[in-house]
Write a protein that binds this ligand. Structure first.
Ligand SMILES: [Zn+2]
Ligand SMILES: [Zn+2]
Length: 352
């Protein structure tokens, strides 16, 4: 009898603990939001599915998996830090650092390589940290479209009719955040909020890439590509030399392994980053986000495309001196509408 009570008590404690962990991971607001969104989505569809199949759809809500991506993201930061630390050890400590103070002619080359390596590392880390910590762009609370105010509809729309606003007036409304969506804004199911000029949710930076951190993201891609290319190129001669010395057993096998691993990882990252860099350069110059690539399919012309120079300045700012840094002038921060991201300039032929 006592044993049974003990077992029952233990089971209840475990249930309480599991409940506490569940509530910590999914706070009440979010759980209600998801449930409401799920039911609203099904309300929109109507009820075309048999009851049993509808239950299956609710259970197989794929957006719940998005919450897992947030936890995966933190391990991605660890992976980035590990690759950087490994590359630093291979390039600076093992391969080129020992040549810095040698009397041979290779010392000047070693000094040059080590300086460039550190310069790129500082710029890459600065851009990366900025993307991770900077708000990608949150919609101001109770923001309403200007279009409605002009037509006198905004004051007439009460909270009850907000959910139907998208259908009745053509404005965009987020049923999860219970707020209007400015143009080019999208809801992120991982961050659980609407993001201004959302490009995509990036698990490598555990953040969304949006209007206010897209420049830092592009700079991170560029510096990471240059850094990995530099590492790959400068490790080749040292790797060949180490391999020759390893055959005569005059070099440490662990150092040879570290140099080899760093070479392979940097080569793989350089090739992947090159693809992303080409893709985002094309998107940047056409003033398109990754999401909008699908939205603009079939359109005769893209209304936000203002020409390559202006498209570039919309993201990188108008001050050339700051183009290579994840910074904006205070003038740009106040006057650049693409950073406020609530409304965007369009092509003159699309104004009407
Ligand atoms: Zn939203
Ligand atoms: Zn996100």
């Amino acid at each position: 009898m006592i044993d049974r009570r003990l077992i029952l008590g233990g089971t209840r404690s475990i249930e309480k603990l599991a409940g506490r962990i569940w509530r910590r991971i999914f706070p009440a607001g979010r759980r209600r939001g998801r449930a409401r969104a799920s039911s609203l989505d099904l309300d929109k569809i109507g009820d075309p599915l048999p009851f049993g199949r509808m239950i299956c759809c609710r259970r197989a809500n794929l957006f719940r998996l998005c919450s897992c991506l947030r936890f995966l993201g933190y391990s991605m930061i660890l992976i980035v830090a590990t690759v950087v630390a490994l590359s630093y050890y291979a390039v600076v400590v093992v391969a080129w650092g020992p040549l810095l103070f040698s009397a041979r002619s290779s010392s000047s080359l070693a000094i040059f390589i080590v300086i460039i390596f550190h310069l790129l590392l500082i710029l890459m880390t600065w851009s990366y940290v900025t993307v991770v910590v900077k708000d990608p762009g949150s919609v101001p609370e109770n923001w309403r479209p200007v279009l409605d105010e002009e037509s006198g509809q905004a004051s007439e729309m009460d909270t009850a009719s907000d959910a139907n606003a998208e259908r009745t007036s053509g404005t965009r409304y987020c049923t999860r955040c219970r707020n209007y969506k400015p143009p080019r804004c999208h809801h992120c199911s991982v961050c659980q909020q609407c993001v201004l000029k959302m490009d995509h949710h990036c698990i490598w930076v555990v953040n969304c890439v949006g209007a206010r951190n897209y420049k830092s993201f592009c700079l991170f891609l560029m510096y990471a590509f240059l850094e990995t290319c530099l590492d790959t190129v400068v490790l080749v001669p040292r790797f060949i030399k180490f391999f020759q010395e390893a055959q005569s057993h005059s070099t440490s096998p662990s150092n040879l392994a570290v140099v080899f691993l760093a070479f392979v990882l940097n080569l793989a990252f350089a090739l992947s980053l090159l693809c992303f860099l080409i893709m985002h350069t094309s998107l940047l110059l056409s003033n398109t986000t990754t999401i909008e690539v699908y939205e603009k399919r079939g359109l005769p012309r893209w209304k936000y495309d203002l020409g390559k120079r202006k498209n570039f300045e919309q993201v990188f700012g108008t001050n050339r001196a700051l183009w290579l840094f994840p910074l904006y002038t205070s003038d740009d921060q106040q006057s650049l509408s693409s950073l406020q991201a609530l409304e965007f300039p369009t092509r003159p032929d699309d104004d009407g």
